[in-house]
Design a protein around this ligand. Structure first.
Ligand code: URA
Length: 232
């Protein structure tokens, strides 16, 4: 794997941070200065600042993200992030993102290739959201959400929409555009007062308290690997 990916898997830094370490000449591979295009295998010896680093085990965590926490691996402004809610080792990063006020299912992993596939639009991971909305949407409004609504970045794909209560709507989508569900609800005149992702790729967080997390089982990881189209 590429040296920056190796350093990320070793928990040294994010890939971008690893690039900075490499450029600064702080990384050696088998005693030679590492380059941005250096490839390494598990038998290679990698040192940072003269100290050896080793790959960490692959980890897959499902977090029930609470409101008020941002979805990033590192916030330059020092705000609380989803990574602060899970163990520091092995170092994992979120797959995709939830808005700061959105709660619910968020996957974190250090399996870069799987994370990349899951976050890619063509993979079409199914995500289910429960929205508490302003006003009482009519059946016609729910039909419009299901058929697809016009947003500034184009029409949304068909969605599954269910009424769960007077002000509560469940939407299942396969896309993952920025603030998509909030923008869909704004577009039909029923802004979200609260938004919760109840399921991501079939993984639900009903049994987790807000801020709680659990490791995926081997079977769940296998299912994630198998679902969707094969990698391009
Ligand atoms: N759609 C949104 O509007 N917000 C999220 O956090 C996720 C999906």
């Amino acid at each position: 794997m590429r040296l920056n990916a190796y350093l990320a898997r070793a928990g040294v830094a994010s890939r971008r941070g690893a690039d900075e370490l490499i450029k600064a000449g702080r990384v050696t591979v088998n005693g030679e200065p590492g380059q941005l295009n250096t490839f390494v295998e598990s038998r290679d010896r990698v040192d940072v600042d003269g100290r050896p680093v080793a790959l960490q085990r692959l980890a897959y965590l499902l977090l029930n993200k609470p409101a008020g926490v941002i979805t990033t691996a590192h916030d330059p402004q020092g705000r609380r992030t989803v990574v602060d809610l899970v163990p520091p080792e092995p170092r994992v990063v979120p797959v995709g993102r939830l808005d700061v006020d959105t709660t619910g299912a968020l996957l974190l992993t250090n399996d870069g290739p799987l994370a990349h596939r899951l976050a890619h639009p063509r993979y079409g991971v199914e995500k289910t959201y429960v929205a508490d909305v302003e006003g009482e949407p009519t059946d016609a409004i729910l039909g419009a959400l299901a058929a697809g609504v016009e947003l500034e970045d184009g029409r949304t794909a068909p969605a599954r929409v269910l009424r769960l209560g007077q002000h509560t709507v469940e939407l299942t989508i396969h896309e993952g555009r920025n603030r998509q569900v909030r923008r869909m609800l704004d577009a039909v005149g029923h802004p979200a007062r609260a938004l919760h992702r109840s399921a991501y790729a079939g993984l639900t967080v009903d049994e987790l308290d807000p801020g709680g997390y659990r490791e995926l089982t081997d079977r769940e990881v296998e299912q994630l690997r198998r679902s969707g189209p094969p990698p391009a």
